[in-house]
Design a binder for this molecule. Structure first.
Ligand code: ZN
Length: 261
C-alpha cells in the first residue's frame, strides 16, 4: 500500500475510533465489486438501456415499457450477487457498536446479506426484495415473481386482483419514499461521522445526506473511484475501489481498539 494511502487509511481509522454515531451512505459503487453494474459509467446499465424507457410514467402507460422493465429485472446479476469486502466492513461497524445506520441508494440488499440488521438499513430507493400490486397493495417476494418470469410470463400481474405488479424500487419520475427520506435526513443531521462509499453524490435528494452531516458538524470520509463535489469538504478522501480500502480501514480500527487476536 503506498505510503500516502496508508496515512489516509490510518486517519480514517482514527475518525471511526473517535466516532459514536456513524452514518454510512452507499451508492452503486459499493456493489460493482459484487458484479452489479452501476448506472452511469461507461459499461453501466444506461449504456445498454435507454433510461427514458424506465420512468414511472412509462411503466404505468406502456405495456412495452413494462416488458423491458421486467426483462431487465429478470437478469441474474441482481439476484446471484454476493456481498463484497466493503459490505462486510460496514457490517463490522455495526458489530463494533459504531453504526447508527446505513443509508443506501442500492436496491440489492447486500448490506443485510453481509450481516447488517434490517432496521439499521434505510433504503432510499426501495429494494428488489418485493414486487407490489399497484391496485390492491399486496406484496410478493421477487423470488416468487421471478419464477413466473422464468416460466415465460413477460409482464406479471397480481394473482389476487389482476392489477399491475411493480418492483418495490423507486423509478425515475416517482416520488421518494417519505418516511425513509425524512429519517435519512434526521439521522444524517445527528451523526458525528459520515462515510460515503461508492457514490458520486450526483443523485438528489440522496446526495444531500452528507451535506446535512457536514452542516451539523460531523466529519466526512469519502471513498469513491471518481472525484465528487464534496471531496474538498471531506476530512479523508480516497479514490479507490471500496472493498480493499474499507477492509484495510476496519483492520486498522480493530488494531487501534485492541481487538485483533
Ligand atoms: Zn392486486
Amino acid at each position: 500500500m503506498p505510503e500516502e494511502i496508508e496515512a489516509l487509511v490510518d486517519r480514517a481509522a482514527d475518525l471511526i475510533v473517535g466516532a459514536k454515531r456513524i452514518v454510512v451512505f452507499t451508492g452503486a459503487g459499493i456493489s460493482t465489486e459484487s458484479g452489479i453494474p452501476d448506472f452511469r459509467s461507461r459499461d453501466g446499465i444506461w449504456s445498454k438501456y435507454d433510461p427514458d424507457d424506465f420512468t414511472y410514467q412509462k411503466f404505468l402507460s406502456s405495456p412495452e415499457a413494462r416488458k423491458k422493465h421486467w426483462k431487465l429485472l429478470g437478469t441474474d446479476f441482481w439476484f446471484g450477487a454476493q456481498p463484497n469486502a466493503a459490505h462486510y466492513a460496514v457490517a463490522e461497524l455495526e458489530r463494533l457498536g459504531k453504526l447508527d445506520c446505513v443509508i443506501t441508494q442500492n436496491v440489492d440488499e447486500l448490506h443485510e446479506r453481509a450481516g447488517n440488521s434490517p432496521e439499521k438499513v434505510i433504503h432510499l430507493h426501495g429494494t428488489m426484495r418485493y414486487a407490489r400490486c399497484l391496485q390492491c397493495g399486496k406484496r410478493y417476494l421477487m423470488e416468487e415473481v421471478r419464477k413466473w418470469l422464468a416460466q415465460g410470463v413477460e409482464v406479471p400481474d397480481c394473482p389476487e386482483c389482476g392489477g399491475l405488479l411493480k418492483p418495490d424500487v423507486i423509478f425515475f419520475g416517482e416520488a421518494m419514499p417519505a418516511w425513509e427520506t425524512a429519517e435519512a435526513q434526521r439521522r444524517s443531521s445527528s451523526c458525528d461521522l459520515c462515510i460515503v462509499i461508492g457514490s458520486s453524490l450526483v443523485v438528489y435528494p440522496a446526495a444531500l445526506m452528507p451535506r446535512y452531516a457536514l452542516q451539523s458538524g460531523a466529519k466526512l470520509i469519502i471513498i469513491n473511484r471518481d472525484p465528487t463535489d464534496l471531496d474538498g469538504a471531506a476530512d479523508v478522501c480516497l479514490h479507490r475501489a471500496a472493498g480493499e480500502v474499507m477492509s484495510q480501514i476496519i483492520q486498522r480500527v480493530k488494531e487501534k481498539l485492541g481487538l485483533n487476536e
